[in-house]
Each structure stands twice: as C-alpha cells, then as structure tokens.
Design a protein around this ligand. Structure first.
Ligand code: NAP
Length: 457
C-alpha cells in the first residue's frame, strides 16, 4: 500500500511517500511513552497554551491547510477552509475546558471520603479516514493532548499530505516530541502498535470493514477502543414539516463534500402526498451543481476522492439498478478527466435490493415513499447502521417524539447534520461505539481513578 497524493481533479500523482518501518514505530512508541510518563506529573494547564497556538496557526494559515486537503482528496476549497475553522474551534474548546474536565469528581459513600480523578492512560493509536483529513484527526488529538495521552496517527493512504501538514502544525505550535506522531504505517504495523503494551487505546474512524478489523486487534489485546464508522442516515420529512425548509436543506444534506460524509443524509423518507414534489425539487437542486476543479471557488460539485472510490459508487448504483431501482435523475457520465459522479437520485429501492442496506459514500440519494409515520420510523430503523438522522417538523414536541424513536447516535431536527466541539458525535449498531467531541469524547481514553479514604467522611 503506497501513501500517495493523487489530485482527483486531474489524476496527477503529486507526491509519493515512504512507508514507516518497524524501527520508526518503535522510536515513536519510546518517545510517546516517555512523554506520557512526564505528562502524568504535569497539570493540563501546561499544555493549554500550545493547543491555543494550534488554533491560532490554523486560522492564520487557513488557505494553506485547506489547499493541502483539497489536493489530497478533492474537497471544495471553501468546504476545506470551513473544516480548518472547525478544527481551530475544537482545539480552543479543549484548551479552554480541559482543566475542568480533569478536575476531581466527589462521590457520596458511607464507606468514606471518596472521589475519582481522570488520568491519562498512555499512547492512543488513531486510524483515520480521508473524508475530513484534518477534522477527524483533531477530534482525537485535541482532547487527548489535554488529557496527557500522546497520539500516533495512521492516516488514510490517499491523504498523506494532510498527515504531514498536521504534524508540521503541531510541531510549529511547540508541542513536545511524541505528543503527535504521524507514521505511514502498513496494516501489519498498526496491529503491532496495538499489541504493544505502551499503547493504551485505539481510535478508529472509517468503514465498517476497516473498523471491524482494527477492533478485532484491539479486542485481542484488551485495548479500549472507540469506533466511528459508516451510516445510512435517514432524512425524515414529516407531514407537518416546513416544506420550503426541507427543499432548501435536503440537497446539501446529501451533496456536501460530494456526499462523502458519514452523517450525510443517504435515505430520504417522504410521505406519499409530498413524494412527487419532493423528487421534483431535489432534482432541480441537484441539476444546479457544477462539477469542476475543487480549487476554483465557483465549483460546487467536487470530484470523488479517488478512482477506486468512484468505481465503488458506480458499481453500487449499477447493482441497485440491476435489482430494480429506478434512476429518477443523474447517473450520466461527467465529461471531465477527474473522478466525478453526477448527483443521482434513486427510487423504487425494495428491501431485497442490495442498495437498501448499503452505505453509498457519494452523491447518491435514495428516496422512499411512506404512507404513515410508523412506516417512516420502521424504515429508518431497518438498517444495521445507526449513526445520525434528520427529522423535519414544525412542531417541536412531534419532532422530539419521532427523534427519540430512531435507533441512532444523533438526531438533527430541522437541519442537516451538525458537528461542533461541544456536541458529542458517534453512533450505535454497526456505526460503531464510543463518542468523540464534547466532554464525552474527552473521557474516551481516561482512567476514572477512584480514591477513597475510609477514615475520613
Ligand atoms: P476505511 O477504508 O475503513 O479506511 C479508514 C482508515 O482505516 C484508513 O486509514 C485505512 O487505511 C485504515 N484501515 C482500513 N483497514 C485497516 C486495517 N485492517 N488495519 C489498519 N488500518 C486499516 O474507510 P474509508 O473508506 O477511508 O472512509 C470512509 C468511511 O468512514 C465511511 O464508511 C464513512 O461513513 C466512515 N466515516 C465515519 C465517521 C464517523 O465519525 N462515524 C466519520 C467519517 C467517516 P488505508 O487508507 O491505508 O486503507
């Protein structure tokens, strides 16, 4: 497996990187472990200015970091800049709240004076995907930096430029050696790292298949893990929805980042009497998207991240159609050299169609017609995934009642997916386990260390 930047707009190979060796890994483990032991005796306040500096540098060099991401995996430059801003906000958030999150928590017990403290546990091995090359890394780095857990990163092999840029960012902010180490690891070396006693935890964001493999390695070695995996998120428009708002938000909920978002709305569930109108509006909006160079701010549809990813999406569409799905819009070749998929709307997907249960990680909307709210909720939950979900209703109580019946880690009401530092992110079922962001994400790899004094009350 080669770590390479291939610009998806031109297919030009911009740079190839050497894989890390077992010696590189061992050096990173030694440095990281020594830092963990040093950090155990230092208050998180000592790390706070460095994390704020990370945020400052991100904002200062926003276009540079954004451009690196765009060249790695093709996202629109404007969306990449938004990602850099979000990363700066995450860094500031954990810098501001890390000390509070680490403060001792008193416990009430007849056995004595009790409390627990949150402590670092050791190196976190993070395996991350290409779709948000900075944000996914920041979600693990910022909280663990404040906790005092050094991080080793194995990034996706198609976004090595972003991995190197993140390393440079952390170094420039003044973080000590070992706080964050990017290594271009093979899968075997990832397994070797997980088995090493100096590694305390494993964080994965990626596909169900990748997550299952790495979770198995973590389980074999009794390492705590968090899994942020795929989804088939629903977008449920209820009868009492504000339909103008639905029409405005639905296209972006599917096409942001060329549809390559774990929490993109992938299944649109619409009442029968709104079905035709919804399809017409979605089609009109999809037709406005303009493919082109993602570095050009006028482009609105980015290429898919790689030739392999495009082939996979195309084969999923072909398979869906072969099993009876109708192409309501799209699925025409895009006459450009880059890895483009035309925004596509599929209907008539029956339960026996492979597309019914699959995550299609690209600009493809599956639209379902239902005759009742019960049917909408049952369809939403008839998935082996449970990441995000969207519900539209003008009645807040109604929206809450439906949201609470959905088997998902997150429900966004009258909005497409939302991610900000202070709100937890994660799923259930085969979308994984654990949470990132917020205080919940801070505690993923902490030791809740109980201290009780039986002679004090
Ligand atoms: P992927 O193929 O699973 O890759 C993700 C990462 O895992 C990459 O770094 C990959 O390395 C690595 N990997 C895969 N198998 C591995 C193994 N056996 N041992 C060690 N490392 C391994 O996923 P992807 O296609 O890049 O990412 C898209 C998926 O991520 C989608 O399903 C999406 O929904 C999900 N996602 C989830 C979230 C969330 O928070 N829940 C967020 C974003 C994306 P290589 O690149 O070298 O293969």
């Amino acid at each position: 497996m080669a770590y390479q930047t291939i610009y998806p707009d031109t297919n030009e190979t911009l740079k190839t990187y050497e894989n890390a060796t077992a010696d590189d890994l061992n050096r990173a483990l030694t440095t990281g472990h020594a830092l963990y032991q040093q950090w155990r005796n230092e208050a998180p306040a000592t790390r706070k200015p460095i994390l704020h500096k990370v945020a400052e540098l991100l904002r200062l060099h926003k276009h540079h970091y954004a451009s690196v991401m765009t060249h790695d995996m093709g996202k629109l430059i404007g969306e990449a800049e938004g990602e850099v801003d979000l990363c700066a906000d995450i860094a500031d958030y954990y810098a501001d709240h890390g000390e509070d999150f680490m403060a001792p928590r008193p416990l009430v017990s007849k056995q004595g004076k009790a409390y627990y403290i949150r402590q670092a546990t050791g190196i976190v091995m993070a395996v991350e995907p290409w779709n948000f090359p900075f944000y996914q890394v920041m979600r693990v780095f910022a909280p663990n930096f404040m906790v005092g857990n050094p991080m080793i990163l194995k990034h996706a092999s198609i976004c090595p430029g972003s991995a190197v840029a993140f390393q440079e960012l952390v170094n420039e902010a003044g973080a000590p050696a070992g706080a964050f180490t990017n290594l271009f690891l093979s899968y075997d070396l990832v397994s070797q790292a997980i088995a090493d006693p100096r590694v305390a935890g494993v964080a994965v964001t990626g596909s169900e298949r990748g997550g299952a493999s790495v979770a198995a390695e973590a389980g074999k070695n009794l390492k705590k893990s968090s899994m942020e995996l795929g989804g088939t998120d629903v977008f449920i428009a209820l009868e009492d929805a504000d339909w103008d708002r639905v029409y405005k938000i639905a296209p972006q909920a599917r096409l942001y980042n060329a549809g390559q978002v774990c929490t993109s709305s992938k299944r649109f569930i619409v009442p029968a009497d709104h079905y035709d109108d919804f399809l017409a509006h979605l089609k009109a909006a999809f037709a406005q998207y303009k493919p082109g160079d993602p570095m050009d701010p006028k482009t609105t549809l980015a290429p898919i991240s790689s030739a392999k990813a495009k082939q996979k999406i195309q084969s999923q569409i072909d398979e869906a159609v072969a099993h009876g799905a109708k192409v309501y819009y799209g699925n025409e070749p895009v006459d450009l050299p880059g890895q483009f998929i035309q925004p596509t709307i599929l209907t008539n997907i029956t339960k026996d169609n492979p597309a019914y249960g699959q995550e299609i990680f690209g600009p493809v909307a599956a639209v379902y017609k239902v005759v009742s709210e019960e049917e909408a909720i049952a369809l939403a939950n008839d998935s082996r995934y449970g990441l995000g979900s969207v519900v539209f209703s003008k009645d807040p109580a109604h929206a809450d009642a439906v949201a609470q019946q959905i088997e998902a880690g997150m429900t966004f009401i009258n909005s497409s997916f939302i991610t900000v530092p202070e709100l937890p992110f994660g799923g259930v079922k085969n979308s994984g386990y654990g949470r990132e962001l917020s205080e919940l994400g801070f505690t993923t790899f902490t030791n809740e260390h109980l201290v009780i004094n039986a002679t004090e009350h």
